[in-house]
Design a protein around this ligand. Structure first.
Ligand code: CUA
Length: 344
């Protein structure tokens, strides 16, 4: 039944844990609406016949439906629409809540290509390698205009916006190669802005990423040449530290102690609940940290002056991602290693 409907609707393979949920709702909606529109059409034809004019100037009789009939006509469709809403909402919440153990991959769209970077290295253009049967979280941004990541076989779609991070996640189930498309019109070559997702068996993926990390240093120059600023030195966190030093971030943010400086310390900042000057509270996640670099005066932390300069246009998407990775690596229980590691 699933296979028959999938083929009748020209849907791609179902290669993630979401695919069946999304498709089941799709089948439910399309079967009910098809059935209802056919029923309405047939009843209309029957009424054309039943109430046809039999003699000249015949008057149409007045028909008053019963209250029960009126109630049924309102509540049955309403119940069906609400049921769709609840199923869709449940699936949406699932799609919007990556599990905490998901593997992170940074995705950056730019006219007209996709770049992927793993926190521990490597990075690549156009081809995203992921393990099967493990949750993967995509942290998505854009360097120029709005793009949108679409992996049809996974039933996953999320916009990429300049200056901020959006996220989505999936667990791929079947090793193989799948299309990744840009699904937001973004300029002349939008239709060519596609890539490939390579789903590997988990063991093969572990091998592959180790291989890539080993080769990273020697291929550094090639990569830097090939994809601009995404790659360089080893892990994103290490690169993030270099960017933070170069941009002067560390003049105002401590990274070796939780003591505040001109700005809040970065140690243990990631996922911390932070109180703002206007009384709101935010969790310092990827989106908040990025926003704080790009538009620092929007959410100022309580107890601090809005002194921080705006880094919109000064930091590229991957640089902001690298700084976020650097902040994530600064845990008070691990600080010594993180700092030591970054200075190698
Ligand atoms: Cu990028 Cu369309």
């Amino acid at each position: 039944m699933n296979e028959l409907l999938r083929q009748m609707l020209f849907l791609p393979e179902q290669a993630s844990t979401f695919a069946l949920d999304v498709d089941h709702l799709h089948y439910f909606v399309i079967l009910v609406t098809t059935f209802a529109s056919v029923a309405v059409g047939l009843v209309a034809i029957a009424f054309f016949w039943k109430y046809r004019q039999r003699r000249p100037n015949q008057a149409t009789p007045m028909v008053n439906p019963t209250a029960g009939f009126e109630v049924a006509v309102i509540t049955i469709p309403l119940a069906i629409f609400l049921l769709w809403f609840f199923i869709g909402f449940r699936d949406f919440v699932k799609l919007a809540s990556p599990p905490p153990d998901a593997m992170d991959v940074y995705v950056m769209g730019k006219q007209w290509m996709w770049k992927f970077a793993y926190p521990e290295g490597p990075s690549s253009v156009g081809v995203l390698h992921v393990p099967a049967n493990r949750p993967v979280r995509l942290l998505i941004t854009s360097r120029d205009v709005i793009h949108s990541v679409f992996i049809p076989a996974f039933r996953v779609k999320q916009d990429a916006q300049p200056g901020r991070y959006t996220e989505t996640w999936f667990t791929a189930t079947i090793p193989g190669r799948y299309q990744l498309l840009c699904t937001e019109y973004c300029g002349a070559q939008h239709s060519k802005m596609w890539g490939e997702v390579v789903v590997m068996a988990p063991e093969a993926f572990d091998e592959w990423i180790k291989e890539q990390q080993r080769g990273l240093v020697s291929r550094q120059d090639v990569l830097a040449d090939e994809i601009g600023q995404v790659s360089p030195q080893g892990s994103l966190a290490q690169w993030g530290k270099q960017v933070a030093v170069a941009q002067g971030c560390l003049r105002c943010h401590n990274v070796d102690t939780r003591e505040p400086s001109t700005g809040p310390s970065w140690v243990d900042l990631y996922q911390q609940t932070t109180k703002l000057t206007d009384g709101r509270e935010v969790i310092a996640d990827e989106a908040y940290l990025t926003e704080s670099m790009m538009e620092p005066t929007v959410k100022v932390v309580a107890g601090y002056q809005p002194l921080m300069p705006n880094y919109q246009g000064k930091l590229t998407g991957p640089e902001a991602a690298a700084i976020v990775e650097f902040i994530k690596s600064l845990r008070s229980d691990r600080t010594a290693q993180a700092i030591g590691g970054a200075e190698q």
